[in-house]
Write a protein that binds this ligand. Sequence first.
Ligand code: FAD
Length: 437
Amino acid sequence: VFEEKHFKYIIVGGGVAAGHAAMEFTRQGLHPGELAIISKEGVAPYERPVLSKSYLFPNEAARLPSFYVCDEDYKKKRLLPQWYVNKGIELILGTEVVKTDLASKTLTVASGRIFRYGTLIIATGSEAIKLTDTGVQGADAKNIFYLREIIDADELVKGMKRKYKGKAVVIGGGVISLEVAAAMRINGFDVSLLYRKPWFMHELFTPAIASFYEKYYSDKGIKLIKGADVVGFETASNGELKTVKLKNGKALQADIVVVGIGGRPLTALFKGQVEEEKGGIKTDGLFRTSVPDVYAVGDVATFPAKRYGDMRRVAQVDHARKSAEQAVKAIKASEDGDFNIEDYDYLPFSNSSYFDLSWCFYGDSVGEPMMFWDKRTTSTTKPKFVTYWYHDGSVVGAFLEGGSAAEERGLAAMVRLRPTVPKDELARKGVSFATAL
Ligand code: FAD
């Protein structure tokens, strides 16, 4: 029988949100021994987006410790494992929480050990949706990979070594698939990118934005197969993958497959104990759940988006960081009897980079999209363009390819203001409207 261990604060999950919550706790004032982070992963919190980008590169690939969670000014303060030790934060790694009882404030981990908390932060993130879940035939074949955690990335890197420069099929038209397809191409693979929709990044990209990136991908030698529905995989007698079968009867040869068809928030541990909404754990603007002393942050939280008047669940790294900081501020403020803390005001942000391109997006993609190229862009300069989403006389969202860090900050500030501007003025100013603020 294990002795129970008690912590004032426990964070379940040791990803991006957990790391940033720990950092915020130390800013707000934390005593040694007060905080524990229990994580299924065997490593301290790190910046997950690296896994589909430089982690997969053939040269100078990113490896820990270079991408442990770090503060907003990037690289200034990186939270190495020793940082947690120095702060008296207990990192309980390689440990899965298998049962929770929010009424008695206890967590049970796989070994049977029980932890008791005063305040709990749920930061379990998401898991990758698997083709085996949907019963796709042969989906358990060797050399089919998913990407969520560092161990997945390590498996993929090994697979890439085994199948060096072979035929790769990347399934899915979302942000992770695009990044992985680019990384595999850089590694010399013959890459096909398959997606169901008529263009990739269908949720965010307009047809005009998509056509720029799709041409770029084609020019890099990546085959784009649109409207593709994968129905099965054929394997050789040794279990190795041979082909990817499509609904239209076609089959593609494949040595290696990477599937990026979305994520699912990990909320099962709390089912029936806490209110849910839109597939996530429902919170208020301070990330408090329906259960006292229990907070939820990052990918698992469905929170009120103040500026849009609706409830949203956001699986983006920027939100993971900011929601974690907000929750910790709220916890500390409630202990100090300060109830004036402002609700979270989330401005949607996403970004990505492939080859020598990089884009960012802020705001809402509703209304009429208007795209403008930087007039100085030529066939020999780096591409630079903007798309505004124009709604009721205002700019409510903006997308920028090829902007500098300062221009991206300006873009955020502009969208946050939702500026009212006549359409012809916006058209006349083009890119400079985004970058002038
Ligand atoms: P996570 O970072 O996923 O952390 C959750 C942690 O909880 C994990 O360590 C997990 O092992 C642990 N856990 C889960 N269940 C248990 C349990 N029962 N017991 C113990 N531990 C548990 N977003 C962007 O904005 N830009 C990008 O470019 C981008 N790229 C991405 C690339 C990849 C490959 C992936 C997978 C995601 C990417 N994202 C990106 C999304 C972003 O990484 C997530 O939104 C962010 O990591 C969410 O943070 P989180 O802390 O909520 O969850």
